[in-house]
Design a binder for this molecule. Structure first.
Ligand code: PLP
Length: 407
């Protein structure tokens, strides 16, 4: 299937915005949803809406089978060994917070180190900042190269025997950088640290195999890969998860409750307190089927073509700076002369083109880039070269509109 055919499977994309056909270039924030996912959610609510893991009635059994079936899809998608290693969460943010609050609380002490990078999303900074504050630990940053990549020599220098946790994003939501996770994981392990990965921007776009990555934890979100909002997953190595304490206590996660003491269910349910995100997980499973059927060779190849074409088309625009390395995932973050990114995004919006403007939840990276904000176009399976032509034409309009700033 080519991108034009794929686009037809996303009903939302067939509309006019501000009198122009919608060109959706904000998939790094959230992707659009294919009809297969929408229908799966609809089917759940119409046919078998029920709570899971409770009672024996027929609808509850269907819901439980579908919910646990989705967990199996996540397991297979990541190439994990067991479904016990897959915890459903609200998304990447809650998955990383679970690691920081549970594993981190028990394994990080005063003077220990937590290592991250300046390119991280706030979701992979603040949980560690908070942990470091609670424990009197040191939060260290692997420095970036000028092009926004990581040099393993710096990784070797930054991670020491005091390092307990290394947490790095697989793919940057701003620069598109694809980080050498398996090499970083080896260095972490050599020093006795564990490796956590923020996979929010990799799982939707490149093949992920947690065994090849060699990581201990991998967090990602369904809504960035065609799934519903409010659902994601944490993969954790079983030996680690088994020893970790839950952080959400209440219904669903218990085995026995007494007046003064309680025990927990086995993995992974001890981490899923309360009624789970049932429809979300089932829709997430449908999204995993959708992207898996398209195939990651095709997805990666398609996004590479879009990135190459973006460089080709946008290169002609004077005063346009693109941040990040040439080798990247489908994200193009840029600055147009002195025009504020919000103004750029507003002009593009008037043309029906949706891009993101702001700090992209990466304020430390903005500081490193020496900008307050940027504009970002981010691609997915439904984007076409025509979308990039529209972006290039829209940027010419923005330049004309704010022409005086280029004089
Ligand atoms: N990490 C990265 C790299 C992201 O791009 C995002 C979302 O933009 C997140 C983490 C947070 O994901 P969520 O908001 O789904 O928890």
């Amino acid at each position: 299937m080519n991108a034009k055919e794929i686009k037809k499977l996303f009903p939302i994309l067939d509309q006019q915005v501000n009198g122009n056909p919608l060109v959706y270039l904000d998939s790094a924030a959230t992707s659009q949803k294919p009809i297969q996912v929408i229908e799966k959610l609809d089917d759940y609510y119409r046919r078998y809406n029920s709570n899971v893991h409770r009672g024996v009635h027929t609808l509850g059994t269907i819901a439980t089978d579908e919910y646990e079936g989705a967990r199996e899809k996540v397991r297979a998608f990541l190439n994990a060994d067991e479904v016990a290693e897959i915890v459903f969460t609200r998304g990447t943010t809650t998955a990383l917070n679970l690691v920081a609050q549970s594993y981190g609380n028990d394994h990080v002490s005063e003077g220990d180190e937590i290592v991250i990078t300046p390119m991280e999303h706030h979701s992979n900074i603040i949980p560690w900042q908070q942990l470091a504050k609670r424990k009197g630990a040191v939060l260290k940053y692997i420095p970036l190269q000028a092009d926004g990549t990581i040099d393993l020599v710096d990784v070797e220098k930054t991670i020491t025997e005091r390092t307990k946790i290394v947490s790095v994003m697989h793919v940057s939501n701003v620069l598109g950088t694809i980080n050498p996770i398996s090499d970083i994981a080896k260095i972490a392990h050599k020093n006795g640290a564990i490796m956590a990965v923020d996979g929010a921007q990799s799982a939707p776009h490149i093949e992920v195999d947690i065994k090849e990555l060699g990581c201990d934890f991998f967090a990602f979100s369904g809504h960035k890969m065609g799934g519903p909002t409010g659902i994601g997953a944490l993969y954790g190595r079983k030996e680690l998860l088994e020893k970790m304490e839950p952080i959400d206590f209440g219904g669903e996660m218990i085995d026995f409750v007494g007046l003064h003491d309680s025990t927990w269910k086995e993995l992974p349910w001890k981490f899923e307190g309360g009624t789970p995100i049932i429809a979300g997980a089932i829709g997430f499973g449908a999204a995993i089927d959708f992207v898996s059927d398209l195939g990651f060779n095709e997805i990666e190849q398609h996004e590479k073509e879009l990135v190459d074409y973006s460089f080709e088309r946008l290169a002609d625009l004077k005063d346009l700076t693109i941040f990040g390395p040439k080798e990247r995932a489908g994200v193009v973050t840029f600055q147009l002369g002195d025009v504020h990114p919000h103004d750029v995004a507003t002009v593009l919006d008037a043309e029906g083109i949706a891009v993101r403007a702001g700090h992209h939840c990466a304020q430390p990276l903005m500081k490193w880039l020496n900008v307050v904000a940027t504009a970002r176009a981010s691609y997915y399976v439904y984007n076409t070269k025509e979308d990039i032509d529209a972006l290039a034409n829209g940027l010419v309009k923005a330049k004309e509109y704010f022409g005086d700033v280029f004089s």
